[in-house]
Design a protein around this ligand. Sequence first.
Ligand code: Q46
Ligand code: ZN
Length: 381
Amino acid sequence: MRCTKCRQDACLEIRRHNAAFCEACFLGFFRDQVVRAVEHEKMFRRDEPVLVAVSGGKDSLALWDALLELGYETTGFYIGLGIPGYSEPSREKCETFAAARDAKLLIVDLEAEYGLGISETAQRTRRPACSACGLSKRYLFNKVAMDHGFGVIATGHNLDDEAATLFGNVLRWQTGYLGRQAPVLPEENGLVKKVKPLFRLAERETAAYAILRGIDYIVDECPNAVGAKSLFYKDLLNQLEAASPGSKQAFLMGFLEHAQPLFHAQEEVALHPCERCGQPTTTPLCAFCRLREEVARPLQRRGRGRRAKRWPGPRPTPPAPLPLREGGEDGPTLPAPIPDREGGVPEARWSALPLLVKEKEDRALAEPAPPFPDREGGRGG
Ligand code: Q46
Ligand code: ZN
């Protein structure tokens, strides 16, 4: 297969564009798509400081790398979520990335600074981990951006993420969420502008970019993502895409062009400062401050009386103890590091690239659909 642009050997086919690219032309294509998103959607100016939310995963680090390469003024922002076996290596990936590029990285540790490590918070409040996590991330993105004088925060959400979110919201006609699903959420009422510069690029393209650029990212998903609906929707959309290339992009772009403005017009939410922390909210105390209260409450006082109603029979099994933090014996297997960061992509890795990025899609198609999961999940940028 030949590169559509330069006729050299191609390393990656992009069927929805009816194109294939060699390494150099693919990196150019990727950066062009980022610039197109930033400029066309008026996300930020070239001289405007941007806070880039990074998780240590391929998408957010690919985004940060592309913005740095393109000369944008960026600072990374990492949140230590307190998820054993996952948070420590993901933080290391971000720190190594930033150090290698002499880029500034802000770090907030939820557990140390707020007493809200996600695994422990989930246990103490009996909430799904992703609910506490999403709430905390949204809060800190806004607060840290404001505290440090950033007018805009960028996340690594890609085309697949956005299409899967849209699919889920359409399935249940979540009109409020549909009105707020956009590559740019403007600054308003104490909320900092939020942007998604990768929304035109598919997940396998961000993976290819990260591999070709030699970015050492955390390969494993967060352990709490197992069984998330969003992954199930992605699998469904990948099957659709394999049968009809371009479907995912048409689904998302068509929505953004034709339908999103109609849902957005219906959205009118009055925000005011939280009585405790000053962040915007619709209630007297914001959800984050209420979560902190809930976690700080003594365990024996929470839910008194409710358990007897729900469980009239024998007492339920108590939750499993928290996995060990050090050593990771109970955590997920850590990914093997990508070798040879400094020297670019090693030859073996380079020649395997089309297979690597295709492998995930093939796996999704080969595996039977999992039973319908029963909880919401999400992903990081
Ligand atoms: S990090 Fe957080 Fe995701 Fe892990 S706990 Fe769930 S929401 S799955 S993006
Ligand atoms: Zn608050």
